[in-house]
Design a protein around this ligand. Structure first.
Ligand SMILES: [Fe+2]
Length: 151
């Protein structure tokens, strides 16, 4: 297992009130913009085309929202000591807290999802097997601040 920290500056400066143009090409991840000490948004487009190609999952200490923008993409999640696949549906957001990675079944980088997450967080990386074996033993629950009233 390895760990990484994401800290300021974790997103580019953009002009307010103007469209943001993502880079062209086969970027797996590109941060688009954010609000310091609050959130950042980016685009995710994995190169893997099947679950068996995923050698590593990542778990953050905060939740991460995925929303499919184009193409097809499936998330691989380690939940309840099992690996589960969740095919993203266009325009249907999913808030992910489990260890995760994604693949594009139609070819490398053929799917693209908008991701919204904190602009500062910690990440643990491990193999799917390590996460399913140790999931409830070694990993703290994600720190999610929610208000059931929606306020
Ligand atoms: Fe992630």
């Amino acid at each position: 297992m390895r760990t990484a920290q994401t800290r300021h500056p974790s997103f580019p400066i953009v002009k307010f009130d103007e469209p943001i143009s993502p880079k062209d090409g086969d970027e797996v991840w590109q941060a688009l913009c954010g609000d310091r000490d609050r959130w950042r948004a980016g685009l995710y487009s994995p190169a893997q085309t099947s679950a068996v190609q995923i050698m590593e999952l990542e778990q953050h200490d905060c939740p991460e929202l995925f929303c499919l923008l184009e193409g097809r993409m499936t998330l691989v999640l380690a939940r309840n000591r099992r690996i589960e696949k969740l095919e993203l549906q266009p325009k249907i957001p999913v808030l992910v807290s489990a260890p995760h990675a994604g693949f594009c079944p139609d070819g490398p980088h053929t799917g693209r999802a908008l991701v919204i997450e904190r602009d500062s967080f910690d990440t643990k990386y491990a193999t799917p097997g390590e996460f399913t074996t140790n999931q409830t033993l070694d990993f703290e629950p994600v720190d999610v601040k929610t208000d059931p009233e929606g306020n």
